[in-house]
Structure formats: structure tokens, C-alpha cells
Design a protein around this ligand. Structure first.
Ligand code: BGC
Length: 628
């Protein structure tokens, strides 16, 4: 039998198939290249990074964070209390190891002791949440004693030099509110606002920083999508509704509280958790597709809502919830960022489970099953900075029962945050999660997040060794290795100085110019070496192009400084610095004098030199040139 004609019949088909496969392949490869370029996987070469080489602004807020239900103990009137006592379809407890919050860390009774622990760390802020179910145990009935407990706690914090930061909703609310459908129903938002107003009126004079909600995206993902937090639902449409209602509740609460006389000074914001969803296989379009969907619903939709007032909670084939509120833009005095890690997403051709989270061999894992990924912290800070408001890192930490990787975590994550600050992202403070071990929701007491370990029986607190890098950084606030008490990226402190001509000038009046402050003295030989170069390379080169160079002479009388300038033959202005008070704003008064501070047109410090070293000096000249 001759088969040839049949094969010939197939040729057009094969041609079309080849064309189709070719186009598909080219399309695939092209898309992967495009996506990889647009969303590069940031991973730093940690072997060649000196994580200790960082410095934070002097006025940076350092704190620790907790949440009421996780630490207080005896919270028996909220949604979690009920949840901890319920079982799933298989009759299994909702909480790991059958745990329940119980007396938690007994923080309700031991808060004074805990304030001492905070002081021992050296922090100056404390973020905690107010338990709504204590304040309003029955709808419309308020427990004023509970309210006064929080007042006492705020006062004790302030007495200890620690600024209280309050969260109004951190995953828990009263049982009566849950029974009404909580944030599933838009009408219920009023109850939250009433509670918030009550607390705000009581504490606004003591608490400068307020967070309305902690992590609406986590609340929604865990409670309405994965079903592992109360109310344990798995309903994407409802998830979209709850997110929308919580975001609207934030917006309404913000405006309501801000309208209270005297509230202009209080800073009110929302806490957003960011977990990046990254493709597990960077060559696989399915992984990219699911990563995008997850990033959109989890992070991009809420952020877009906050900045534009419009966005949509969209998951193809599941939910498309348009969210809109013209009052959303302008509803943040700051944004709180909670950052822990990222997830690697692997898409599957399985409608029942279209994607899974995967791990990579090379990653260092925390006990929560996600990796150490400090680069992600830097990425998240950049993402959230697009809102254009100052940032507080309201939570960051890890569960590490062995305490082996805690130091590495702290060093790397603080380094990552410092990188963001250097890139001029406005970060006002950082709160470590958590002050002490606590009830980790569905994970019960198995996760050890505390800087302090809490004995499960006696509730005694003990500092973990691995917490030391945090303590070191918090207390490094003095001066860095070069004696500087300021860092690049910070706003220059303001002061008034007097030129040797007698004229006075305030640094802030020079805004719009690039300012170089040269700290010097007649007895300083290195300064003498450097000054002719500054005269030529900085002053003569740029004095007519928006640059001001000022020699600030350390604590010498007027005639000495006049003589000094003559000897040097320099023509740039010199100013007096009695008692080295100006010097002391930038560097430790006990440290050496030869330094240049380069300040950009907005008043930010952009370059710092110490001594007169060729490479650093040339880099400074390049920097100055780039600014003009
Ligand atoms: C929550 C905390 C929780 C922490 C660690 C955050 O998402 O706000 O309540 O304990 O993560 O998992």
C-alpha cells in the first residue's frame, strides 16, 4: 500500500501547526523576557555587603509592636474567642495544637513590667491595639474602666519616654459585631466609627499616632478566602465586599476623627501588609499570570483605591468588585507598612487548585514557612512610597524558635530599610514585631516572634540573644563610625550662623541652593590642606551656579578666623561656630573637625566627607556637579 498521498495531505496542517507553535513560542519567550526585564528579581550579594555600615536619622522612631488579643490575655468577648473554640468539618480545632489565646502574655496585668522591657531595649515608641470588645462588650454599652485602663497605660508609656501608637482594629471585634455580619455589611461601619470616636476622644491628647485598621488585606485573605481566620469563609465575592467596606471604613473614620477639634496634630493612617507574589518559575507564563492576579488583589487594588479613590478587586472568573470613594485620596497622614516576606507562586492546570505556593532550596526559611527576603522589604518600601505620604514600618520581624537566624534577619532587613532611606524614601520609624512571644492567630503559640521569650507557664520574659542587633541599632543613635550624628538622606538640621562679616544667615533661607558646609579650624592641618582645593574645585567652579560654600570655623574668636582666612587665601565665606554648637548638630562634638556636608536644593543631606581623601573628595565634586 502506498502511504505517500496521505502524508502529503497532512502537510498544510503541519505547516499551520508549525506556524502556530512558532508564534506561540516566540510570544511566550518574548513575554517572559519582557516580564523579567520589567519586574526583575531583586536579590543582593549579601557576601559583599557590610550590613553594619548603616546609620538612621537621629529623630527616627524606634518601637516594638503588639496587638491586644495576642498579648493581653482573657479576651473572651470577641470573634477570635469564638473561633478558638470552634472546629472545622473534620472536627479539628482551628488553631494549631488546639491552642487558644487564654491569658496570652498577660500584658493586661503586666504592662508596667513590659514598659521597663521596652526601655531596656532603648526604643521610644510602642504600637499596640485597643480591644473593641473590652470597650463595648455589648452593643451601645461601654466599659469605661477598660477605657481608663488604656489611658493609664498610655500615661505610663509617656512617663517612661515612650510614645504610644494605637491601632483601632487589629483583626478582632466584639461578638455582637461579628453576629451582625461585621464588615460584610456596609451599614455596620457606623458602629466602628462610633467606637473609634470614643477611644480617640479619650486618648487623643496622649497618643499622637493612630492606625485605623491593621492589614485589611490579611483580614480578608485569611477570613474570607483561605478560611483560616474567623469567620472562616471561602468566598471571593464576599472577600471583595469586605475589603471595600474596610477601606471605606478607614476613609470615613479618618475624616471623622480629623474633624474633631484639636485633631489636626494627630497623625492618622492605615496599616498595609505587603507580601510580594513572585513567579516560582520565571520562565513560566502561568506563574507570572497568577502572581499578577494575586499582587493586584492583595496590594495594587487597595493602594490604587487609597491614591485615586477608584480601583477594582478583580480575580478572573471569580470576582470583579469595583471600589470607588472620592474621599479616599487624602485620607492618610502616613501609611503603615507591615513587611515579612514574599511568596513564590506556581500556576497549575487544575481548576480546583489553580496555583500553589512553593519554596526554593536556596532560601533561608523562617518558622512561618516563608523565606528571609530583605530585598523584598526594600521593594515594598518603594511600592508603598508611591502613595506619596510618610511611611512608618508598623511591623517587621520573624518567627525563629531556635533564635539562630534572628540576628541575620534583623541585620539584613534594617540594611534594606536603610537603602530605601538613602534613596530618599520618607520613613519615619520602625516597629519590631514583636516585643514578646504571643498568640500567633491560627498558629497558636508555636511561633516565636518575640524579642523577649515568654515562658508558657510562668509568663516570665527573657531577652533573646538574637535580639541584640536590634538593640545595637536602636542605641547607635549617637554617632556613626566617622562621628556623624546625621546620615545621607536626612534633612539637614536648621540653625543660624554668623559670617565673619557680621551678617547672619539661617540654613533654611539658603534652600534652592546647593550648600556645602566645610567644618574647619585654624589649628587643623588637614583642613588647611583641603581648603585651597575647595576654593578652586567648588567655590570658583560653582559659586555663580547656585552653590553656597561656607567654612564653619570651630569655636575660635573672630580675629583668629579672619587671620586664618587671609593665610589660606580663600575667598568663600567663613562663619563662626561658638562652642561648636553647629558642628554638634552634624557630628559628635568630641570627633574630628575636617568634614564637608553637601546639602541639596531641598535641604537634604546628600554627601558627607571625613578627612581629605582623594577618592572621597572627587566623589563629592562629582556629586556637587550632578546637583547643579
Ligand atoms: C499581623 C500580626 C501577626 C504578624 C506575624 C501580621 O500580619 O499584623 O498580628 O502576628 O503578622 O505573623
Amino acid at each position: 500500500m502506498d502511504e505517500r498521498p496521505r502524508i502529503r495531505d497532512l502537510r498544510p496542517f503541519l505547516k499551520v501547526l508549525t506556524l502556530f507553535l512558532g508564534t506561540f513560542l516566540i510570544g511566550w519567550i518574548g513575554s517572559v523576557i519582557y516580564l523579567s526585564q520589567t519586574y526583575p528579581d531583586i536579590e543582593w550579594d549579601w557576601d559583599n555587603i557590610k550590613t553594619s555600615d548603616i546609620h538612621f536619622p537621629l529623630n527616627f522612631a524606634w518601637g516594638t509592636a503588639t496587638a491586644a488579643h495576642q498579648v493581653e490575655g482573657n479576651n473572651t468577648n470577641n470573634n477570635w474567642y469564638v473561633w478558638e473554640r470552634s472546629v472545622d468539618d473534620q472536627g479539628v480545632s482551628r488553631i494549631h495544637d488546639n491552642d487558644s489565646s487564654g491569658i496570652a502574655a498577660d500584658h493586661w496585668n503586666r504592662y508596667l513590667e513590659d514598659i521597663i522591657l521596652m526601655k531596656d531595649l532603648g526604643v521610644n515608641h510602642y504600637r499596640f491595639s485597643i480591644e473593641w470588645s473590652r470597650i463595648e462588650p455589648q452593643k451601645g454599652f461601654y466599659d469605661l474602666e477598660a477605657l481608663s485602663h488604656y489611658r493609664k497605660m498610655c500615661k505610663a508609656l509617656l512617663n517612661g519616654g515612650i510614645t504610644p501608637v494605637v491601632t483601632l482594629h487589629h483583626f478582632t471585634h466584639p461578638i455582637w459585631f461579628e453576629n451582625m455580619g461585621a464588615f460584610e455589611n456596609e451599614e455596620n461601619i457606623d458602629h466602628f466609627i462610633q467606637f473609634s470616636e470614643l477611644v480617640f476622644n479619650e486618648l487623643m491628647n496622649l497618643v499622637p499616632i493612630w492606625c485605623t485598621f491593621n492589614e485589611p488585606s490579611v483580614f480578608v485573605a485569611q477570613g474570607y478566602f483561605n478560611g483560616i481566620f474567623p469567620p472562616g469563609k471561602k468566598d471571593p465575592v464576599l472577600a471583595g465586599t469586605v475589603l471595600e467596606n474596610m477601606l471605606n471604613a478607614h476613609v470615613r473614620t479618618y475624616h471623622k476623627l480629623k474633624s474633631i477639634p484639636g485633631a489636626e496634630e494627630n497623625q492618622i493612617g492605615l496599616v498595609k501588609n505587603i507580601f510580594q507574589f513572585d513567579p516560582h518559575r520565571r520562565w513560566h507564563l502561568l506563574d507570572w499570570a497568577f502572581s499578577k492576579i494575586l499582587n493586584d488583589v492583595y496590594t495594587n487594588a487597595p493602594l490604587e483605591f487609597l491614591s485615586t479613590g477608584n480601583s477594582s478587586f478583580y480575580m478572573p472568573g471569580m470576582v470583579d468588585n469595583e471600589m470607588s470613594n472620592p474621599n479616599a485620596p487624602g485620607s492618610l497622614d502616613f501609611i503603615g507598612l507591615n513587611y515579612y516576606s514574599r511568596m513564590h507562586v506556581r500556576g497549575r492546570i487544575n481548576p480546583a487548585e489553580p496555583f500553589v505556593f512553593d519554596t526554593r532550596e536556596q532560601d533561608i526559611m523562617t518558622d512561618m514557612g516563608y523565606p528571609l527576603y530583605a530585598e523584598g522589604f526594600y521593594r515594598a518600601l518603594k511600592t508603598i512610597s508611591k502613595l506619596g505620604v510618610p511611611i512608618y514600618v508598623t511591623e517587621n520581624g520573624l518567627a525563629d524558635n531556635t533564635d539562630n537566624i534572628r540576628p541575620l534577619f534583623i541585620e539584613r532587613y534594617l540594611y534594606a530599610m536603610n537603602q530605601a532611606i538613602k534613596e530618599k524614601i520618607e520613613i519615619l520609624g520602625y516597629f519590631y514585631w514583636s516585643l514578646m512571644d504571643n498568640f500567633e492567630w491560627a498558629e497558636g503559640y508555636s511561633m516565636k516572634f518575640g524579642l523577649y521569650e515568654v515562658d508558657p507557664v510562668t509568663k516570665d520574659r527573657k531577652l533573646r540573644k538574637g535580639s541584640q542587633p536590634f538593640i545595637d541599632m536602636v542605641n547607635k543613635r549617637g554617632a556613626d563610625e566617622r562621628g556623624y550624628v546625621v546620615g545621607v538622606g536626612e534633612m539637614a538640621p536648621d540653625f543660624t550662623m554668623q559670617y565673619i562679616s557680621g551678617e547672619k544667615v539661617k540654613l533654611s533661607d539658603l534652600k534652592g541652593n546647593v550648600v556645602v558646609l566645610q567644618f574647619t579650624a585654624s589649628w587643623c592641618s588637614v583642613c588647611r590642606l583641603e581648603m585651597p582645593h575647595l576654593e578652586k574645585d567648588v567655590w570658583q567652579a560653582y559659586k555663580n551656579r547656585g552653590l553656597v560654600l561656607i567654612g564653619v570655623d570651630r569655636d575660635e574668636p573672630l580675629d583668629t578666623v579672619i587671620k586664618f582666612q587671609k593665610e589660606m587665601g580663600t575667598t568663600y565665606p567663613m562663619a563662626l561656630d561658638p562652642e561648636a554648637n553647629i558642628f554638634g548638630l552634624f557630628a559628635d562634638k568630641n570627633s574630628g573637625v575636617t568634614r564637608n556636608i553637601v546639602i541639596d536644593k531641598d535641604g537634604k543631606i546628600v554627601f558627607l566627607t571625613r578627612l581629605f581623601e582623594e577618592k572621597e573628595y572627587q566623589d563629592m565634586i562629582k556629586k556637587i556637579k550632578s546637583l547643579l
